[in-house]
Design a protein around this ligand. Sequence first.
Ligand SMILES: *Cc1c(COP(=O)(O)O)cnc(C)c1O
Length: 396
Amino acid sequence: MSEKKGRFGIHGGQYIPETLMNAVIELEKAYEFYKHDKQFNDELTELLNEYANRPSNLYYAEKLSRELGGAKIYLKREDLNHTGSHKINNVLGQALLAKKMGKTRLIAETGAGQHGVATATAAALMNMECVVFMGEEDTKRQALNVYRMKLLGADVIPVKSGTATLKDAVSETMREWTSRIADTHYCLGSVMGPHPFPTIVRDFQAVISRESRAQILEKEGRLPDAVIACVGGGSNAIGSFYHYIKDDGVKLIGCEAAGRGIDTFETAATVNTGRLGIFHGMKSYFCQDEYGQIAPVYSISAGLDYPGIGPEHAYLHDTGRAEYVPVTDDEAVNAFEYLSRTEGIIPAIESAHAVAYAMKLAPKMDKDKIIIITISGRGDKDCAAIARYRGVDIHE
Ligand SMILES: *Cc1c(COP(=O)(O)O)cnc(C)c1O
């Protein structure tokens, strides 16, 4: 089995009830087979290219580079994918895998609703049933995405337990999977949960760095000096890093949501404020209170306010191969506005965390250095919230 049975150093593993073991074993076996299957890979590539609009552009942000006055900055445009973010890369892979396994029903957790919308989209395309679990609080905050999922034919189930947010939705989806394994695949949304999910999701998102590596070699004739991406669970970041991990000259930088600051309780910066723990089937770093309970987390960005981080990131942090830096709400909102103004590209507020760090780093680098920032999604969904942050009320 791969990765020493799903371990990344001391992280990862399968900390799950016996009732889920059969499901993850079945999934692992199927994945080990299909990942080497030519027909599966051809079908997935066709879906990614014809349906999701891949390969995504690697865009030279000339004006941004000039204004910041340092390194050359390229943007990996995952915002141009169908459904507006990197989430579709993973979802198309898992939906196709589920279909090959004979499953007819997809279940998924969602926080902001982006992963739920992507899953509902794939289910519609592939003629599968779809049920999305979403914290009740989130269904109120993200009413438009609830409507989108329903429009796409999915059932949306509000989860009332705990804080009625993302972590509770994950727990509820795992419970549902336990009770209905025969026809159902759990389409998990990030590089987290029990093995084999962190590996499966990483492999499906690795298309980002597979493309960007070839694109930068073609455009510049060399590898970048730094790759920067935002980190919630960590799927767009690991996908952006993966094909550079062995290239020691390429700095890998993950940007965590610091919320109102890592010295406050209103933060979601897991590596910077969390501790080792076990939750949602994996060992990794988690934001915890003094008793070791999962702490409530906060960020202006609904896509980044998860209290944990994927186990492979925890390992890359331990070994020092990647660096994880905190970015506050304020810095992200400034970057959201700055990229919109300078390049005419409105990034997702999640991606704006990566842009914010690049704005600090680029001016300190020589003009012959190269940075790639992953723009994980587009920012249309965030405009009303950012306006509100600036004291302007607009109707969604
Ligand atoms: C969901 C989401 C994220 C965070 O998820 P990761 O698994 O950390 O990538 C980041 N950006 C966008 C646009 C998202 O929708």
